[in-house]
Design a protein around this ligand. Structure first.
Ligand SMILES: Cc1cc2nc3c(=O)[nH]c(=O)nc-3n(C[C@H](O)[C@H](O)[C@H](O)COP(=O)(O)OP(=O)(O)OC[C@H]3O[C@@H](n4cnc5c(N)ncnc54)[C@H](O)[C@@H]3O)c2cc1C
Length: 407
């Protein structure tokens, strides 16, 4: 049997398992944001879909729990109150020397369990079968791929690998789904408690050597709860020492406002974020990769990518062409919607990675005096900030701000 948490009743719902048939049109590996979206769009388009996750029915305790509304809208999603824990007014980007850029951009801290349960329920309502199980490999065979799982073999016309940044299935089948796998940002994020800390209204992103290659983050989650995280590129997977340093720095930074010695670390999550990796080879015969597995980072954008992948997979099944060629419209559609934005995001983070703390301080001081126009669409905000950045430091950072907001 498989179970998941219903957002309406907060009780676990049980579903029959395994399915009557172990053949399907589309098998999605990973009930991640991208995988749930892929299963939903594929089922809505008429495909027989199985959504498989090794943790289906557990609490889905994924660390990603914040987003900006602009990115949600850009991905065609609506913000729903059911899962929002805390509303935020925007972000502060803090330079190493303490210069603060204040950027209005509404955002949310969410209950990730409720978020996943809501979208899982929609996937199921659309007709997808939810299964708890682990995929091991997906070699070509029959009229598609024969997916080896701990439940037995599932035959699928198309397999969508939405299994996260390690993209195990796509890699095992010979794809290199990340163009720059060495640029995964490895993260460690602590859930902390301190009276009143979670009530703050701005995310804070600290840049520079405190978290090389991207950012250290403070995300207020409402009440006494918040997360403190580091996302580091180029220093291996174990970034806990960066987190420990950041927590000490953060305590000093907040010491005038809180009794910081009372801060308690509740838990520490780890993982990889594909923010700067860009998609590599993400399509093969009867196989696609999406979301973090394909270098498409961030919950909202991963969901949009999954939606496109699911639609293309279902269309390929109907037109009886599940070859690589039949699945290529996925890449074309994704590139049209997001290609430029992701390439600019990577360029921004590459520039930031090469800057010294002094350079970042000077840039931030220049920007603090510039009259930035952050009104309008999220893309326009990115563009405005890019123009200002380019003015103050030629050849630099077209969409720095957007890159911060992405994960
Ligand atoms: C610490 C941290 C914090 C982050 N915070 C944010 C944030 O606040 N906001 C944001 O937008 N993004 C955030 N991100 C990025 C975000 O997690 C991803 O970009 C987003 O989840 C998209 O990933 P995904 O949906 O493709 O896969 P994931 O969310 O990684 O999910 C992969 C799923 O696949 C399942 N799975 C893996 N292997 C198998 C297998 N072999 N068989 C079956 N199932 C399998 C896993 O159980 C999991 O459920 C964060 C990342 C990290 C590491």
């Amino acid at each position: 049997m498989t179970t998941f948490l219903s957002p309406e009743t907060e009780t676990f719902i049980t579903h029959p398992h395994p399915p009557e048939s172990v053949n399907c049109d589309v098998l999605v590996v990973g009930a991640s944001p991208s995988g749930i979206a892929a299963a939903t769009s594929s089922a809505k388009a008429g495909a027989e879909v199985i959504l498989l996750d090794k943790e289906m029915g557990e609490s889905f305790d994924h660390p990603a729990n914040t987003f900006f509304d602009g990115m949600f809208f850009r991905a065609g999603l609506a913000v729903e109150r059911d899962y929002v824990l805390h509303d935020l007014d925007g972000m502060h980007i803090v330079s190493p020397g303490g210069c603060v850029l204040d950027i209005p951009a509404p955002g949310r801290f969410i209950d990730r369990g409720r978020f996943d349960a809501l979208y899982l329920e929609r996937a199921e309502r659309a007709g997808a079968e939810l299964l708890r199980g682990e995929a091991k490999s997906a070699p070509l065979g029959g009229s598609g791929r024969r997916v080896r799982t701990d439940l037995g073999e599932i035959e699928a016309r198309v397999v969508i690998d939405a299994s996260g940044v390690d993209g195990l299935i796509a890699r095992k089948e010979g794809l290199s789904p990340l163009r720059h796998p060495e640029d995964v940002a490895w993260a460690a994020e602590a859930v902390v408690e301190l009276p009143g800390l979670g009530e703050e209204r701005f995310f804070e992103y600290f840049v520079g050597s405190i978290s090389p290659g991207w950012k250290a983050t403070f995300s207020p989650g409402g009440g006494d709860s918040a997360t403190l995280g580091v996302f580091v590129r180029g220093h291996g997977r174990d970034v806990r020492p960066f987190l420990d340093r950041f927590i000490e720095m953060f305590k000093k930074y907040k010491s005038a406002d809180y009794d910081v010695d009372d801060m308690r670390i509740v838990s520490v999550n780890r993982g990889g974020d594909a923010i700067a990796t860009l998609p590599g080879e993400i399509v093969s015969d009867s196989l696609m990769a999406t979301g973090a597995a394909a270098g498409m980072s961030g919950m909202a954008y991963a969901m949009r990518a999954g939606t496109i992948a699911g639609e293309v997979a279902a269309g390929a099944v109907v037109s009886e062409n599940v070859s690589k060629k039949g699945l290529l419209p996925y890449i074309r559609r994704w590139n049209r919607e997001f290609g430029l934005e992701y390439r600019m995001g990577r360029a921004s983070l590459e520039t930031l990675r090469k800057m010294s703390d002094d350079e970042i301080d000077r840039l931030a001081a220049g920007l603090a005096k510039t009259d930035l126009d952050f009104s309008g669409s999220f893309f326009r905000k990115g563009l405005s900030s890019g123009i200002a950045l380019a003015r103050s430091r030629p050849r630099t950072i077209p969409t720095l701000i957007r890159s911060f907001a992405e994960g």
